[in-house]
Write a protein that binds this ligand. Structure first.
Ligand SMILES: O=C(O)c1cc(=O)[nH]c(=O)n1[C@@H]1O[C@H](COP(=O)(O)O)[C@@H](O)[C@H]1O
Length: 253
């Protein structure tokens, strides 16, 4: 978390550059190099999505080389949406942190808090799925619980309690539903949210920032994957999105 806040201040940015490499195996590595070189100066974080690497021969090695190319002061979030019993989760944590060299992961909390805790190592950061950007998310996450609130609300509460103990737990909250962002922020006033859904998924940037920013103008990491990967000028796309975000937030509070 310290690395994240230091980087956010250093580059004055809440941008998370998603690395979801699409295209031919032969060309994908040079595009990854290009994206990292062109966007690092605007990036608070990079988020490689594990599936897009595992789907290729040599994908783990490609991911290792990609992570090594990211400047050490930029947070690397390995988006694996890991979620298994503690014993197994521990092996996923070793993979993410020791084999790949990530600083942070995304975790699916459905199996319970023992699937989260093995990732909460000191010096690392965990983003727990709370309210995701996909439309069918409501089929589980909006289910009303008998004690009141929804499953997403309850998950947020669990992640918040874990954060009080470990100080390195954030949430994943999709940008496709600004009301949901506001609701999760009303439950968790201080945690960092990783926010995918801007760009290709049509999330409303202004509404998302209004709904989720903390009073200090931070607390949201705005992810863009395809919007940057597919841009003819990745540097310009990252610069423009960073500027749009900064126009809509109080900076340097
Ligand atoms: O955990 C995630 O990053 C995630 C959560 C979520 O609710 N929605 C979501 O789209 N994501 C990921 O964020 C990225 C979004 O990509 P774009 O829509 O191309 O910007 C993908 O890597 C998704 O897997």
């Amino acid at each position: 978390m310290n690395k994240l806040t230091a980087r956010v201040q250093q580059v004055n940015s809440l941008l998370c550059v998603g690395l979801d490499p699409i295209g031919d195996d032969a060309q994908v590595e040079s595009r990854l190099v290009e994206i990292i070189e062109q966007t690092a100066e605007y990036a608070a974080a990079f988020k490689p999505n594990l599936a897009f690497f595992l789907s290729r021969p040599g994908g783990v090695e490609l991911l290792q080389r990609t992570v090594r190319r990211i400047p050490s002061e930029v947070l690397v979030i390995l988006d694996g949406k890991f979620g298994d019993i503690a014993n197994t989760a521990d092996h996923y944590a070793r993979f993410a942190y020791d084999v790949i060299g990530a600083d942070s992961v995304t975790v699916n909390p459905y199996m319970g808090d023992d699937s989260i805790v093995p990732f909460a190592r000191e010096g690392k950061m965990v983003f727990v799925l709370a309210k995701t950007s996909n439309k069918p998310a409501h089929s589980l996450q909006d289910v009303a619980l008998t004690q009141g609130g929804t499953l997403a609300d309850y998950t947020t509460g669990v992640a918040q309690e874990l954060n009080e103990q470990h100080h390195n737990i954030g949430l994943v909250v999709g940008a496709t539903n600004a009301e949901a962002v506001a609701r999760i922020r009303s439950i968790s006033a201080q945690q960092w949210f990783l926010v995918p859904g801007i760009g290709a998924q049509g999330g409303d940037l202004e509404a998302t920032l209004n709904a989720g920013l903390r009073a200090d103008g931070q607390g949201l990491l705005i992810n863009a994957s395809r919007a940057i990967w597919q841009a003819s000028d990745a540097a310009a796309a990252a610069k423009e999105l960073t500027a749009q975000i900064n126009q809509l937030r109080p900076v340097g509070v």
